[in-house]
Design a protein around this ligand. Structure first.
Ligand SMILES: Cc1cc2nc3c(=O)[nH]c(=O)nc-3n(C[C@H](O)[C@H](O)[C@H](O)COP(=O)(O)OP(=O)(O)OC[C@H]3O[C@@H](n4cnc5c(N)ncnc54)[C@H](O)[C@@H]3O)c2cc1C
Length: 426
């Protein structure tokens, strides 16, 4: 067997969700040579399962005070907006914006508490009450008597975000099969990646490896021989309902908890079908429930909150999924993106903790590189070797595409369109 060929990069990023791809974009633009390795599909972990809400942290003020979390992410919607206009530090002009605002509403019982809080100094200018004439179609009904507020935050289409970030990487995102690859350390304790092949193996060396594999970071750390940084998982079970209500809605219904009672985002299926994706406390409390019980609870919750909506004939499904975060004292929600350098190694490990905070994670990584005086190596790495050994990573499917596959294949639908009217009669 010939000796392995070596390819050297400034950064080798493992995990192609929003965190890895956003970082890859920033690092490439800064002149670093970058490669991304993805074992599943790009975005196919939490990112494509997210509700796409790029928020300034308002929902974290529900406890009644501006917490660290809301301070840290307050600037994020502006940052994303600049990127979406092609004027920010990552070019997102191919990313679809699903909505440029979302709503917060409450039932009668909480109305006055919510109104006085949202009208208070800490929220001023970030959230506006909605006049009854301007209500979204979902809440434009005489039976709606709660309080309604509008936040100028964004909802983005996660699949187009991931496709956009991958496109900007010029095909430098590769699929990795861990049955034929492994992480090893050289004599200086530096991590490298070996990709086995029947012809000639490949070794990937990098000034820094970065693990951005979400929930997969824990296994990667074990493979690399480390137990820190530790991870915590926040289990959720989201509910999806394919319905016939033709208007999109994005918003949080507030209850007495500090997390929204129900969060609704709207998504379209490739055949034009409408899906509401339900999260918030419903998904947190539903994490340990049997899917059919959670679906029943979700139906009851919608009947209580928007009883005028007819959901007859709707199709239901659930998605159990974990949010991956760095371990916090008391299982608290982290305030910010998290990145750390594993001491004595060439390894960084990070979790953005929220889609919204992916820019923040990339900033932290670039700051760590500058602190360690790691600057772009001007030699162009040999991407050809990677193309020879590995397939490109592809963008994943959304949970609703998987849960509600088209009744007819694309080929059959096309054949139907071109069918002669009397073809069956012959
Ligand atoms: C239901 C839900 C709703 C959410 N809604 C929102 C929201 O509205 N707004 C918001 O700001 N945040 C939201 N979040 C949080 C947000 O989605 C995540 O914080 C963010 O997507 C994490 O990105 P990531 O790239 O770190 O992880 P992931 O998106 O999980 O990506 C990790 C990638 O690494 C890959 N991988 C795993 N193991 C390996 C391995 N060994 N080798 C190579 N690749 C590997 C995976 O296949 C995956 O593609 C939500 C999360 C969930 C679960």
């Amino acid at each position: 067997m010939p000796a392995p060929v070596c390819s050297c990069f400034d950064l080798a990023i493992i995990g192609g969700g929003v965190a890895g791809l956003w970082l890859a974009n920033r690092a490439k633009d800064a002149g670093y040579s970058v490669v991304v390795f993805e074992s599943g599909t790009l975005g196919g972990g939490q990112t494509l399962a997210s509700q796409g809400m790029i928020h300034g942290g308002m929902k974290y003020t529900l406890a009644g005070a501006l917490t660290g979390a809301s301070e840290a992410i307050a600037e994020m919607p502006k940052h994303w907006r600049e990127c979406l206009c092609g004027e920010g530090d990552v070019d997102l002009h191919h990313t679809r914006i699903l909505s440029d605002h979302f709503f917060m509403w409450s039932g009668d019982d909480l109305g006055s508490k919510l109104s006085s809080f949202l009208a208070s100094k800490i929220t001023r200018g970030r959230v506006e009450p909605v006049h009854p004439d301007r209500r979204p179609p979902l809440l434009r009904h005489p039976l709606f008597t709660g309080s309604l507020y509008r936040l100028e935050d964004l909802v983005i289409d996660a699949p187009s975000l991931i496709a956009n970030l991958a496109l900007n990487m010029d095909g430098h995102c590769f699929h990795i099969d861990w049955n034929h690859s492994h992480l090893s350390k050289d004599k200086q304790g530096k991590l490298y990646l070996r990709i086995d092949s029947t012809e000639q193996s490949l070794e990937i060396h990098a000034t820094r490896f970065v693990f951005t594999a979400g929930k997969g970071n824990a296994d990667l750390l074990t493979q690399a021989g480390h137990s820190q940084p530790a991870m915590q998982l926040r289990p959720l079970q989201q509910v999806m309902v394919k319905h016939f209500h033709p208007f999109d809605f994005y918003g949080h219904c507030l209850g007495t908890d500090t997390t929204p009672r129900l969060t609704i985002s709207s998504h379209r299926l490739p055949d034009g079908g409408h899906v509401w994706y339900l999260g918030g406390s419903l998904a947190e409390k539903g994490a340990s429930m049997a899917p059919e019980d959670l679906i029943q609870l979700a139906e009851e919750e919608l009947r209580r909150l928007i009883p005028w909506i007819n959901l007859q004939g709707a199709e239901w499904a659930t998605l159990p999924i974990d949010r991956a975060e760095p371990l916090q004292p008391g299982f608290a929600r982290p305030d910010n993106a998290f990145v750390t350098h594993v001491e004595g190694t060439n390894l960084l490990v990070g979790w953005p903790t929220k889609l919204t905070l992916a820019p923040n994670l990339a900033n932290q990584v670039l700051e760590l590189l500058a602190k360690d005086e790691i600057y772009p190596d001007l030699k162009t790495p040999d991407y050809q070797q990677l193309h020879r050994h590995l397939a490109h990573a592809v963008v994943g499917k959304t949970p609703w595409e998987i849960a509600f596959p088209p009744k007819m294949s694309a080929e059959d639908a096309l054949a139907l369109r071109f069918k002669e009217p009397d073809e069956d009669d012959e």
